[in-house]
Ligand binder design. Structure first.
Ligand code: MSP
Length: 491
């Protein structure tokens, strides 16, 4: 028998200069949905997320707070972990760049590149934005400031170790154009191709330790620390290898790496160049999702409009937050989120549509359901193929809206058949079709709202979710346990 298919998905690792942000929760939820979906398809999956803890940004904020950087980040990382636990995130490894195994891996990488003469000593002069933790070019600046952080970058000239990024330009273009290293959606691929065709310069990959001590020391020069980006990017290798060489062989390369457009350039240039330089296969795909605003504004501390994912999850429940974020914005597009629209979807879609279908059906069954004939008039309305294709194409909002269209069909079926007026076989048949539909729906929704689907399975006595069972008519007669309300309405 051929081995199982494998699926390795990653999120960016998040900066630990501030508490977890809804944007980070968004990417991590999407990766969790993908990982769970591929598991349902019967694949072996590995899902990596974590935190990016070194660099000037963290060093500065820790100093401002009169804390040692490690002490400072430990507190923030604890919040990330709490948030991911509350959100029912099922990562296989949560990597911290301060983990000693990771630090060693970065040193090994730098040594390899140094020995291959892909790293050399030079000077670097440019504008550095601490917010981005990146050098910017003159053309990146708007009114002399970094447009993302509204901050005047520092002009720096220092002795630095340089990475020969320029030598990878042609190989990179070839990998991207041939589709071996795919960048999705297509608009993003075009953007990157134009950017690389414009020419890649060698980049500085180190900082003087007397200035930036909060970083990994270069193995070949103790007066320098590694720039935070190569350190951070290498997490995708070290975080997987930490699960053992066997797993590394099985899962490498990554099948899809999720991120927003803010960090696509580094992921589409420096990251694959490091891999090529060290002799690794490139990831199969980068998927760039959109950037969202809150109530139409950029989320920022100074505007005071930051919504904490911990607050939302405690108030509405993990599944409502997961569902909302995946449903509200087409993955790949920019969009807006607000607590009000989360509340609306929680009440109107999860409580009214799904919650009601389940509680009504359970109530009408009065403790049991009996195997009966399928009613194609209802079951033919579920669009399996389209839902699977949407999931393949990262169109989570469309997959969810098709599943909810079917939930609407089931609710309409109740109205039309009025099972409370029926008796005997006829009644059994209507209820059976509803119960079997709920079973199928609970498999399709499993990766989005796993907690709720587990409750549904428990209540109806369904087996573990498995995509092979996503066919109608597989439910045998069974008993129904007393129900708990799936989604309480929030006024
Ligand atoms: N530490 C780097 C990434 C290193 S990866 C090797 C970093 N961290 S970050 O904390 O700033 O996280 C950026 C990522 O968070 C984005 O790429 C995106 O995945 C997510 N988002 C942060 N804000 C977001 C929005 N407003 N909207 C959508 N996603 C956003 O960059």
């Amino acid at each position: 028998m051929a081995g199982k298919k494998k699926f390795y998905v990653t999120t960016p690792i998040y900066y630990t200069n501030a508490s977890i942000h809804l944007g980070g929760a968004y990417t991590t939820i999407a990766a969790d949905v993908l990982s769970r979906w591929h598991k349902l398809l019967g694949e072996e999956t590995f899902f990596l997320t974590g935190t990016d803890e070194h660099g000037q940004k963290v060093q500065e904020i820790a100093e401002q707070n009169r804390r040692k950087p490690k002490e400072f980040v430990d507190k923030i990382v604890a919040e990330f972990k709490e948030a991911f636990k509350l959100l029912n995130i099922s990562e296989d490894n949560f990597i911290r760049t301060t983990d000693s195994y990771h630090e060693q891996e970065v040193k090994d990488l730098l040594n390899i590149l140094f020995k291959k003469k892909l790293i050399y000593k030079g000077f670097y002069e440019s504008y550095y934005c601490v917010g981005c933790e990146q050098y910017l070019t003159q053309s990146d600046l708007v009114d002399g400031k970094c447009p993302l952080h509204n901050r005047i970058p520092e002009l720096k000239k220092e002795e630095a170790y340089m990475f020969k990024l320029s030598t990878f330009q042609d190989k990179l273009l070839k990998a991207i154009k041939s589709g071996k290293f795919s960048i999705l959606p297509e608009v993003r691929r075009k953007e990157i191709v134009t950017f690389i065709e414009g020419g890649l310069q060698d980049i500085s990959i180190s900082r003087l330790k007397e200035k930036i001590y909060w970083g990994i020391e270069l193995p070949f020069d103790k007066n320098h620390t590694a720039w935070v980006w190569p350190d951070a990017l290498w997490n995708y290798v070290s975080g997987l290898r930490h699960a053992g060489k066997e797993n590394f062989r099985k899962f490498w390369p990554a099948d899809v790496q999720l991120m927003a457009k803010d960090i696509l350039r580094v992921h589409a240039t420096i990251w694959p160049a490091l891999l090529m330089g060290a002799g690794y296969e490139l990831p199969r795909a980068l998927f760039v999702h959109g950037y969202f605003t809150i109530n139409g504004q950029k989320m920022s501390k100074s505007l005071g409009n930051v919504i904490s994912p911990i607050y939302l999850t405690k108030k509405y429940g993990a599944d409502s937050v997961r569902y909302y974020l995946m449903r509200n914005i087409p993955f790949g597009n920019d969009g807006d989120v607000s607590e009000q629209s989360l509340k609306d979807r929680h009440n109107n879609e999860l409580a009214n549509k799904l919650g009601n279908l389940v509680s009504r059906t359970a109530g009408m069954c009065k403790g049991k359901y009996t195997k009966s004939k399928l009613d194609k008039e209802l079951t033919s309305k579920l669009k399996f193929k389209e839902i699977s294709a949407d999931m393949e194409n990262y169109e989570f909002d469309r997959a969810l809206s098709l599943i909810f269209e079917y939930i609407d069909e089931c609710n309409a079926y109740v109205q039309m058949k009025e099972p409370w007026k029926l008796e005997g076989k006829q009644k059994q048949e209507v209820l059976y079709n509803l119960v079997d539909s709920i079973r199928v729906i609970s498999i399709l929704l499993e990766s989005f709202i796993p907690g709720t689907c587990e409750k549904i399975r428990g209540q109806f006595g369904f087996e573990r979710a498995d995509f092979k069972k996503v066919k109608f008519g597989l439910t045998s007669s069974g008993k129904i346990e007393k129900s708990e309300i799936l989604f309480k309405k929030i006024e």
